[in-house]
Design a protein around this ligand. Structure first.
Ligand code: TXA
Ligand code: MG
Length: 338
């Protein structure tokens, strides 16, 4: 393993090869925290997907995130903190935010709040709001505690590509552009956090994610406004084309006479005749959408690695987590239509 000396951490935009840190080993989390505190980039596990972490209140460290991901600067970052009480330092928690936080934090919920001045413009893309999350993953929690200040972290993938749910996915996508990868095993939710904007008069959903909207609506006792438009996204990163494999992806069934010898299939449950495809990924034999969400990105990564001509994704029902999965499939398919 090549270990970058501390004084070079983050000094170059192209690190030699990310240092691999096994979170189960003594000192690994502390080492990851040390690299972040020195201004470097460390990918780390959360319960949703792997994040690419940097010092969230340091504009230069955050700039490296954009460079490594080749992410446009109009797409703001989420700040991650270890404890709910640490959120007050970066944003203002109004009553609805407090209700949501009590129920869902730590967990896969991101709240968009009015920002405080301490948050750099690069984090918010110059907006007066800031996105904040308190992850539940024990490794993320310990890392955030060890860093001691907010950590900005987008998903640890090249911009527009499939999100990473394992350390291997991160290494394949960004391994030569970041300082370290903290391996904490596969993410146990598999879809990004649900994003709720609580800065307006009524809360609004900006991204469907690992918490189903129905759960949030039943807690708040009201219907939540959906602002998921992809042409003018309220969450600027929610572009029409996103989450895309390299292989063309079609969100449909193939025609009856289509040659499927170089075609893959992503399906909730296998059906008779599916063995006509060169490769099939079944997300949940019992049709369980939670299990499907957990497996979703990893299944797409596997299909993408097969060198197929096309991937067919079979539409699934848009209830519960099906909304978030279909949202990602539509964006992935929209990359193919271009
Ligand atoms: O589960 C997750 O949320 C993962 C893990 C690592 O925490 N993070 C993640 O980050 O998915 P990213 O950068 O891939 O997606 C963040 C989304 C983007 O669509 C961005 O535009 C939106 O959050 N966002 C960030 N700050 C915002 C703000 N102030 N207002 C509206 N949307 C915001
Ligand atoms: Mg992302």
């Amino acid at each position: 393993m090549v270990t970058a000396p501390n004084n070079t951490v983050g000094a170059s935009s192209r690190a030699p090869r990310a240092e691999l840190l096994d979170a189960r080993r003594d000192g690994a989390i502390e080492r990851a925290a040390q690299i972040i505190r020195a201004g470097g980039l460390v990918a780390f596990p959360t319960e949703t997907v792997y994040g690419l972490g940097a010092l969230g209140l340091d504009p230069l460290a955050c700039a490296r995130i954009f460079e490594a991901k080749r992410r446009p600067h109009f797409d703001p970052l989420i700040l991650h903190v270890a404890e709910v009480r640490a959120v007050d330092a970066v944003g203002h928690m109004q009553p609805t935010a407090i209700v949501l936080a009590e129920r869902f934090w730590p967990g896969p919920l991101t709240l968009v709040l009015p920002r405080h001045a301490v948050v750099p413009d690069i984090v918010t893309s110059g907006m007066q709001t800031v996105a904040v999350r308190v992850p539940a993953h024990p490794v993320a929690h310990r890392l955030l505690e060890a860093v001691g200040t907010p950590v900005a972290a987008p998903s640890a993938n090249p911009f527009g590509r499939l999100s990473p749910t394992t350390a291997e996915h991160v290494a394949a996508g960004l391994g030569d552009r970041i300082d370290a990868i903290l391996d904490g095993g596969p993410a146990d939710r598999g879809l990004e956090s649900t994003i709720i904007d609580v800065t307006g008069d009524a809360p609004a959903l900006l991204r469907a994610g690992a918490i189903a909207l129905e759960e949030i609506e039943s807690l708040l006792g009201r219907v939540i406004d959906r602002r998921l438009s992809s042409s003018r996204p309220a969450a600027p990163g929610q572009l029409e084309a996103h989450y895309a494999p390299r292989t063309p992806l079609l969100l449909s069934e193939p025609g009856a006479s289509t040659d499927l010898r170089a075609a893959g299939l992503l399906t909730l449950t296998r059906r008779e005749g599916d063995d006509r495809f060169a490769a099939v990924e079944e997300l949940s034999a019992s049709g369980d959408l939670c299990q499907a969400a957990v497996r979703f990105f990893a299944a797409l990564h596997r299909l993408d690695e097969r060198g197929l001509d096309v991937i067919y994704a079979r539409p699934l029902s848009e209830t519960g987590l099906g909304v978030a999965i279909m949202d990602r499939l539509r964006r992935a398919a929209s990359m193919t239509r271009r």
